[in-house]
Design a protein around this ligand. Structure first.
Ligand code: SF4
Ligand code: SF4
Length: 181
């Protein structure tokens, strides 16, 4: 855990809590004095090296608090006169606006599973089987040459080419399954 404290007209205090940090690097890119460096994220995450995800240069940090205001995981906390800046009304807040284009979304739920903040909730209703695409299919037994290609290709095992006599075959549609996502 890194912490920097400076006392003056006001007391400013920055703390990095590595247990909450995921090494996303948002703070690194936002810091105006380039005081934050990312560590080797993958080896740290795998426990191969014992280091914090980020390193803050205490000499160049000007204690502006921007990093703490931007950290989505509250892994950086910044206080002015013992008050967390997120509770200080005058302190700038980051404008954010996440939109979902429902014309394009296929409700796969990938975002819901991935969101570290559980901020996304996907509700989906699957249609009943009988409301899926329906149609008709038949086999012209006159044209069928019993090659069995259709039987091999059908993913639903819906077609059977049966031998009904010594030299007679019959192609039968067993069932039709048409799936939509
Ligand atoms: S923004 Fe927060 S979680 Fe991301 S690297 Fe910085 S301290 Fe860690
Ligand atoms: S307090 Fe400001 S200067 Fe210090 S590390 Fe955070 S963003 Fe950089």
């Amino acid at each position: 855990m890194t912490s920097i404290r400076r006392d003056g007209e006001e007391t400013r205090f920055l703390t990095h809590i590595n247990d909450k940090c995921v090494g996303c690097g948002i703070c690194t890119s936002i810091c105006p004095t380039k005081s934050i460096k990312n560590g080797p994220i993958l080896p740290i995450a795998r426990g191969l090296v014992d280091m914090d995800y980020i390193n803050i240069n205490k000499n160049s940090c000007c204690l502006c608090g921007l990093c703490a205001s931007a950290c989505p995981f509250d892994a950086l906390q910044f206080e002015i006169n013992d008050k967390n800046i997120k509770e200080i009304e005058e302190y700038p807040k980051w404008a954010k606006d996440a939109e979902i284009d429902t014309d394009v979304c296929v409700y796969c739920k990938a975002c819901e599973r991935a969101c570290p903040q559980d901020a996304i909730n996907v509700t989906r209703t699957l249609p009943k089987r009988e409301n899926l695409v329906v149609g008709e299919i038949d086999v012209n037994q006159e044209k069928c040459i019993n090659c069995k290609i259709c039987e091999e290709l059908c993913p639903g095992d819906a077609i059977k080419v049966k031998q009904t006599g010594l030299e007679t075959y019959e192609t039968v549609i067993m069932r039709i399954n048409v799936f939509t996502v």
